[in-house]
Design a protein around this ligand. Structure first.
Ligand code: AMP
Length: 282
């Protein structure tokens, strides 16, 4: 596995490899890797010649009040994990190499990004689309893979790729969960054991609403209410939002059907967690 820190050097290397006809798969991450990240690598490894993972805690997508400074990091451990997955290139750019002084160009998707997490975290998706477009220009992937864990993010990136005619296929992968159902997340490492238990309220509230759907409930508002009530009864959990949305437009659904998506965001202590599931009949 080769490690690159310089965007210019990586871009040049990939350009040469692509000229030889090599295909490139790309998994962007913020590191502190877990099985969820590894599942994205496994989903593309067989389909490409060169597999690239980036680890970059992107300052642009954090608000001043958020956890940029404390975001968990362990590059040595991450490096050992991805080496085992057959990653060819690990890209570890510095903040300065991505945003040198005087940096002044941003890209924003302005429809899907306004909703849900976009409302709670103003500027977040602009930071995400800006860094992902930069990374795409450096890595030049044929296929890039994102997790449904960040469902809205995956939709925003797919929309950017389509709107801007980017020559990349966006692939999405299902959420990898802990045995008890908690969606894996680097931020779970912030949780005390008591909070770790409380965090189950997110996945459990989704299951509760899906169960109501399976019993015949079709009113989106009823499902939202059920999830809100479920979460509000849990100690140590503060609801951010609950939504019942069309799986593509992310607009709220009044009358729900199979395939629509439930989204939830909540604070457990200081830690903001997100989760989502599709409405299914079994
Ligand atoms: P992050 O490092 O949190 O920015 O995540 C990097 C990529 O991994 C994103 O595409 C996430 O959606 C994806 N990811 C994070 N957690 C999971 C998970 N539990 N299951 C599947 N994908 C995940």
């Amino acid at each position: 596995m080769r490690v690159f820190e310089s965007p210019q050097e990586l871009q040049q290397y990939i350009t040469e490899e692509k000229r030889k006809g090599k295909t490139v798969g790309f998994v962007p991450t913020m590191g502190f890797l877990h099985e969820g990240h590894l599942s994205l690598l496994r989903a593309v490894r067989p389909d490409v010649d060169i597999l690239v993972m980036s680890i970059f805690v992107n300052p642009l997508q954090f608000a001043p009040s958020e956890d940029l400074k404390t975001y968990p990091r362990d590059i040595a451990k991450d490096q050992a994990m991805v080496e085992k997955e057959g990653v060819d290139i690990l890209f570890l750019p510095s903040d300065e190499s991505m945003y040198p002084s005087g940096y002044s160009t941003y890209v924003g998707e302005i429809e899907l990004s306004q909703r849900w997490c976009g409302k709670s975290r103003p500027g977040h998706f602009r930071g995400v689309t800006t860094v992902v477009l930069k990374l795409f220009n450096i890595v030049q992937p044929d296929i890039s893979v994102f997790g449904e864990k960040d469902y809205q993010q995956a939709k925003v990136i797919a929309k950017m790729a389509s709107d801007l005619n980017l020559p990349v296929t966006i692939r999405t992968c299902p959420i990898v969960r802990e045995p008890d159902g908690l969606a894996m997340s680097s931020r779970n490492s912030y949780l005390t054991s008591e909070q770790r238990q409380a965090a189950l309220a997110l996945t459990n509230s989704l299951d509760y609403a899906i169960n109501e759907f399976r019993k015949g409930v079709r009113q989106g508002n009823y499902l939202i209410q059920a999830m809100c009530l479920y979460i509000q009864t849990q100690d140590n959990v503060k609801l951010d939002y609950v939504a019942c949305v069309d799986k593509d437009t992310l607009s709220p659904k009044e009358h729900v059907d199979v395939g629509d998506r439930l989204l939830v965001a909540a604070y457990v202590g200081e830690t903001r967690l997100i989760d989502n599931k599709p409405l299914t009949l079994e």
